[in-house]
Design a binder for this molecule. Structure first.
Ligand code: SIN
Length: 288
């Protein structure tokens, strides 16, 4: 009979080092290839709620281990448009080299916000890195909300945004692998309440948000252009420099990210597991 696999936290203590005050922390002292015990899971959840995106080094995971890790946080999400491996449809390949015409995530976005129930979280493991470059920027949408004037916050709180997948996915993936037979589209509150922390977060992004329903097109375009610029302020950001077998684990409900494609013609390659979320909501009575 085989002996039980030791859990990740049995003999180690997590160390958490923030990257910036607004967002990001590097976590060490955990082996994510092993099953997480409940204490380690609670500690990671707590750090994640505080720092919004967690980074781990030297995590050499098989697809099964990567999926099992994601599963500890929720059901796995299937991408609505990207090509899928028959055996591992939950794994999204993230790849850039000298032949591709695009790389995933090269516009500011929150993953698949065009889904009616967009992903709660994403866990990306990069296996091959270029000799330099290929960093990812992450932005706190709590900080972006808090950086707006009271008047602007009050105006945005009643508004609804349309998020569409087609303009983003059609040129990248074609229509051959559509999960639901058509490109996703959804309406979400411009400000959403985080279901765990209760904090309000700005929830529009350059990748998927096409208009604000309650405004005439010209006003909607101008307001979205302002908000996209606002989200890109560096004081809301952290920047992660990947090494082979680094993992980033981010909360799509309160962050956006941007993958920098500055390493052409070199190769960057990795795999993302994405965790299902719920329909975004805004609750004016819920405050942290
Ligand atoms: C993504 O949007 O998931 C890709 C991010 C990255 O490649 O850094």
């Amino acid at each position: 009979m085989s002996s039980p696999v030791p859990s990740a936290a049995a003999s180690t203590a997590l160390r958490i080092e923030p990257l910036t005050p607004a967002i990001g922390a590097e976590v060490s002292g955990v082996d994510l290839a092993r099953p997480l015990d409940d204490a380690a899971l609670d500690a990671l959840r707590d750090a994640w709620a505080r720092h919004l995106v967690l980074f781990f080094r030297d995590q050499d995971l098989t697809f099964e281990q990567h999926k099992a890790l994601g599963h500890r946080f929720g059901e796995l999400h299937i991408h609505p448009a990207a090509p899928k491996d028959a055996e591992h449809p939950e794994i999204l390949v993230v790849h850039g080299d000298d032949k591709v015409e695009f790389v995933a995530g090269s516009l500011w976005h929150s993953d698949v916000s065009c889904d009616v129930e967009p992903p709660m979280a994403s866990m990306l493991r990069i296996e091959q890195v270029p000799s330099s470059g290929g960093d990812t920027l992450f932005a706190s949408m709590y900080a972006a909300y808090e950086g707006l004037s009271d008047r602007m916050q009050r105006m945005l709180c009643g508004l609804t945004a349309v998020h569409e997948g087609e303009q983003y996915y059609r040129g990248r993936y074609g229509a051959g692998d559509l999960r639901d037979g058509s490109y996703p589209s959804a309406e979400h509150p411009v400000i959403r309440t985080h279901p765990v922390t209760g904090r309000p977060a700005l929830y529009v992004n350059e990748g998927f948000t096409t208009r604000i329903k309650e405004l005439p097109l010209a006003e909607s375009d101008a307001l979205l252009a302002f908000l996209f610029r606002h989200c890109a302020r560096p004081d809301y950001h952290c920047r992660f420099q990947w090494r082979a077998n680094s993992i980033a684990f981010w909360d799509n409900r309160c962050t956006q990210h941007l993958a920098i494609w500055d390493y052409y013609p070199e190769t960057r390659h990795g795999y993302r597991v994405t965790i299902q979320g719920d329909a975004p909501f805004y609750d004016p009575d819920r405050r942290p």
